[in-house]
Design a protein. Structure first.
Length: 604
């Protein structure tokens, strides 16, 4: 088989004058070549197309392209073609400390709510005392629940146990004047690695933890098979909840979590490669200790069933997070072997550390990963194995990923992960994938998103055949079909899309794909004026609808933003404890080197 387009072709099209073609090229690189990197994406920073302008910093951050951080910072300051919050998040993921002064400046006057959220994220990722102090001042003084929760979450990411008490005090102060207290607890639980457990209990759970403690706890364990709960502890948890002895429940869980953490880090310290786990474990124990000491709180809280239920859910969630991290410790050691890594994956929750994922990708234990994938696909370990298969990219994973697509539900995480992974496999897997689709090992809803990333004439022939002759009765998505034809990039697709555009009533999605293919092949099409006119009309309708919805919420938003920015104005400006150090001045650490050659670029 001969490819219609290769990697370099897509890279070259990133600079095409037409935004649809640039999007086509970027999506191919992002989805079919996620494990390769090109510098050319940096040209999309500030692109006129908002999707590309937002996606480019995210792509560069994913590949840790720190050399482009200054350009992202400039885009943040100018807001040109981009949402500044996305730039702040990208800089945070790059741990780009030179952006700190700019972030602090905008922290006092962010301009938009989205920018404020991005700055909070940056201050949470950069482990500097100045960042922590700025976040702490925001927690103390903000009154809007959304931004207060964001400030709390990012403050706790600094892993300083001294911040737990003031955060909880602020939370309880807020609950006295608002009935909405679960969202703030979700914010508090997330940086401790407990956010998904908390959501499981409070948002998705079918049982009330206070009314049906046995069913709720057993249900949580069954949905998280990587957690083993001691039978005696389980019975005591249920008994104390049934008897409404909530303070005893809090103390009991605290002691067990403390024992686990003390055994995990016997000297109350840890090597650098365990610092993130140690920080989260320490914060979890600190939170449980704080709650166990609030005897008056538990007595008062009995008058508010919702508050008690949320606090008990928080305690269980934090405890489960501590338990989960026990599977990762050995795998994080520098000399960890395949057995330790596979054990970590099989017993993982939703937050498998990135260091472990990278180690597995480097070692590429293909047979071990295939063997570790379970038959029922019912745990987080299966999901992580599927994701890592895509990062490794070996063609031997084709039958495993096809099996996952065949037996999983389209609404499951693992289904969408399997689609992404099969699209990310090496080119050596392409023929096997096409053969599987030809043999109808996959249904249409799986086949078209996969064919979209296979730039071969054979893929085009197969897509047309499936659409015209063998497509299921319920497979009538013009959007999916046109995206597939556009993604493949066969010249014959122009004529096919022209026919559909002219003869089908429900073909509004065809126009963009037709224009994109015509631009790629430099073909003049008579439909172009009508496509542009229809797009403008659709954009106008969409804009009118947005204006209508915005008008309905206008007064509410004004009031909320007024409260938020009034809070921001009242925040006491952050002041440095020490003067700013110039890049060429001696480093304050005393190394004798210039600041730019020493601590300026260190990641803390």
């Amino acid at each position: 088989m001969n490819k219609l387009w290769d990697y370099q072709d897509y890279v070259n099209h990133l600079s095409h004058k037409n935004r649809l073609v640039r999007c086509w090229a970027f999506e191919a690189l992002e989805n079919h070549y996620p494990n390769r990197y090109t510098d050319e994406v940096c040209k999309l920073i500030g692109d006129e197309d908002e999707h590309l302008a937002c996606a480019a910093p995210k792509y560069l951050a994913k590949h840790n392209a720190v050399q482009h951080a200054p350009a992202i910072l400039e885009s943040f300051k100018s807001s040109q073609g981009n949402i500044p919050g996305n730039c702040a998040i990208a800089l945070a993921k790059m741990y780009y400390e030179p952006a700190f002064d700019v972030m602090l400046e905008y922290f006092m006057d962010p301009g938009t709510m989205e920018t404020f959220s991005g700055i909070f994220y940056y201050l949470g990722k950069i482990r500097r005392e100045e960042c922590r102090v700025a976040l702490k001042s925001a927690v103390f003084q903000l009154t809007d629940d959304f931004f207060m929760g964001s400030a709390m979450a990012n403050l706790l990411r600094h892993h300083n146990p001294e911040d737990i008490n003031p955060v909880l005090e602020k939370y309880f102060e807020f609950t006295e004047r608002s009935n909405r207290n679960d969202m703030l607890l979700k914010n508090i639980s997330t940086p401790l690695g407990a956010g998904d457990y908390f959501a499981d209990l409070t948002e998705y759970g079918q049982n009330n933890i206070l009314v049906e403690p046995l069913e709720t706890i057993d249900g949580l364990v069954s949905r998280n098979s990587h957690i083993e709960l001691d039978e005696i502890l389980r019975k005591n948890m249920v008994m104390t909840l049934e008897k409404k002895r909530y303070e005893d429940f809090s103390t009991m869980i605290m002691f067990d979590a403390r024992n686990i953490v003390n055994a995990r880090y016997p000297e109350n310290n840890c090597p650098g490669f365990l610092s993130e786990l140690f920080g989260q474990d320490t914060m979890c124990v600190g939170l449980l200790e704080d709650l166990s000491k609030r005897l008056a709180l538990w007595k008062q809280a009995k008058h508010s069933e919702e508050l008690v239920a949320n606090l008990i859910s928080l305690i269980i969630s934090v405890y489960f997070a501590v338990k989960e991290r026990g599977a990762y410790q050995k795998a994080l050691y520098p000399d960890a072997g395949v057995d330790e890594l596979i054990h970590a994956v099989k017993n993982s929750g939703c937050l498998l550390p990135e260091q472990i994922q990278k180690k597995i990708k480097e070692l590429a234990p293909i047979s071990e990963l295939k063997a570790a994938l379970t038959y029922d696909l019912m745990n987080w370990g299966d999901t992580w194995i599927v994701r890592i298969m895509g990062r490794i990219g070996n063609k031997d994973f084709v039958p495993d990923l096809i099996r996952v697509l065949r037996i999983s539900d389209s609404m499951d995480y693992i289904y969408s992960d399997a689609l992404r992974s099969i699209n990310a496999l090496d080119e050596s897997a392409d023929e096997s994938i096409l053969t599987a689709i030809k043999n109808r090992e996959l249904e249409d809803w799986e086949s078209f998103p996969i064919l979209e990333r296979l730039p071969y004439s054979e893929a085009y022939d197969l897509a047309i055949h499936r659409w015209e002759n063998e497509s299921d009765d319920d497979m009538d998505s013009y959007e999916m079909f046109s995206c597939c034809i556009e993604g493949i990039g066969d010249r014959r697709g122009i004529e096919k899309l022209q026919y559909i555009y002219a003869n089908e009533n429900d073909a509004s999605y065809i126009g963009d794909s037709l224009e994109c293919l015509a631009e790629i092949y430099a073909v003049d099409i008579p439909e172009l004026p009508d496509i542009i006119k229809s797009r403008k009309e659709q954009e106008k309708r969409q804009k009118d609808r947005e204006n209508e919805l915005n008008e309905m919420a206008k007064n509410y938003r004004k009031e909320k933003e007024s409260e938020v920015f009034k809070d921001i104005e009242n925040i006491i400006p952050f002041k440095r404890d020490t003067p700013k150090v110039g890049r060429n001045e001696p480093c304050p650490c005393g190394s004798g080197k210039k600041y730019k050659k020493c601590c300026l670029n260190k990641i803390k």
